[in-house]
Design a protein around this ligand. Structure first.
Ligand code: AMP
Ligand code: ZN
Ligand code: FE
Ligand code: FE
Length: 328
């Protein structure tokens, strides 16, 4: 934990509070990006090509429970001059009594080739596949047309609820007014087709896994857990009991529950509030868009970091590994 709040000069100077919106409407660093390896709609190469077109210089590939897109993104990044940060977004088992409900843990700078790391992810993905099949069976039992094979063909990589939703909405026109209604009735926690996974990581286990793979464990989007009643207390517990070392401070809260439709001022206030929280707890600050391609109405680089903020974060990684094509 020596690098946390280690007093390096960048730490206090970089606060994410008074940032002007970048003129081109994109941040140059987007550390939270999904690809076809999970539920994004662009391949890793397409993401990097889009980054070049949009002037985003650093991309964190953070797919759900898989590093399957990282190697391709690194190769494309080296070719096209985009710095790629190998990452993952781990889904965490529910611990309702601790307010740890469906948390997401980001791991940055992990060695995506570490065999022990990949072996645990494979177990998580296997449980995820079983969970998705069970969820589809509930929908089918209710007379909804949703073939398992079609969902998995659409997913290509790791299947997620958005893949199920896409097939349900396409094959059952008129049954649900929109995706949100389908999630509410069936797929969201508490919905009829919500099924827990047989194996998933607890927060402390996920933190250890990321650290052992050489990465920095960062709690994702602290304000985007509709089931968490007290985000600040939850973040403190996640640090004290599980050892998270960073907090994803910048995030497009206006495009996600429970702050959907928030004004730019309200989003800035949330970001400021989480920046304060990170500082008071000695946590590193990150940011990203949660870009999913066409899967969400979010642009690449819509939220993220300035180059200075990223340099600060990176200077405090436990094992910084400069890559070719680095902008620093
Ligand atoms: P899964 O990986 O199967 O747990 O699904 C996670 C994905 O489902 C994330 O990308 C979320 O954005 C999406 N998701 C979760 N809850 C909802 C919701 N209520 N409405 C729309 N998308 C959701
Ligand atoms: Zn997703
Ligand atoms: Fe997430
Ligand atoms: Fe995400």
């Amino acid at each position: 934990m020596a690098f946390v709040g280690s007093g390096q000069s960048c730490y206090n100077g970089v606060n994410l509070r008074s940032r002007r919106r970048i003129i081109v409407a994109h941040y140059p660093v987007d550390l939270h990006v999904h690809t076809t390896a999970s539920d994004g709609t662009l391949t890793p190469t397409e993401v990097i090509e889009l980054a070049v077109a949009e002037g985003v210089q650093v991309i964190g590939i953070a797919d759900h429970d898989t590093v399957g897109g990282v190697a391709e993104a690194l190769a494309a990044g080296a070719r096209l001059g985009v710095e790629v940060v190998p990452a993952v977004e781990l889904s965490i088992q529910n611990r309702i009594e601790k307010d740890f409900v469906e948390l997401h843990l980001l791991g940055y700078g992990i060695d995506h080739t570490n065999p022990d790391f990949v072996a645990v992810l494979d177990r998580v993905v296997q449980a995820r596949i079983e969970q998705k099949i069970a969820q589809i069976k509930v929908l089918q039992r209710d007379g909804i047309d949703v073939p398992v094979e079609e969902v998995f063909a659409l997913a290509r990589g790791v299947p997620g609820r958005p893949h199920i939703a896409q097939v349900v909405l396409a094959r059952n026109p008129g049954r649900f007014p929109n995706k949100a209604a389908l999630f509410r009735e069936y797929l969201a926690e508490g919905g009829k087709a919500y099924v827990p996974r047989r194996f998933s990581l607890r927060l402390a286990e996920a933190v250890d896994l990321v650290v052992q793979a050489g990465g920095v464990p960062v709690l994702a989007h602290p304000g985007a857990y509709p089931g968490v009643s007290d985000p600040a207390a939850m973040v403190r517990r996640a640090r004290d009991e599980a050892g998270i070392r960073g907090l994803e401070v910048a995030y497009p809260y206006d495009k996600n529950r429970p702050h959907y439709g928030a004004s730019p001022q309200q989003v800035a206030a949330l970001i400021s509030q989480f920046a304060d929280l990170a500082d008071s707890l000695g946590l590193l600050k990150t940011g990203g868009s949660d870009f999913h391609g066409a899967g969400k109405n979010i642009a690449l680089g819509e939220q993220g970091l300035t180059l200075e903020e990223f340099a600060c974060f990176k200077s405090q990684w436990p094992n910084p590994k400069p890559q070719s094509g680095s902008v620093f």
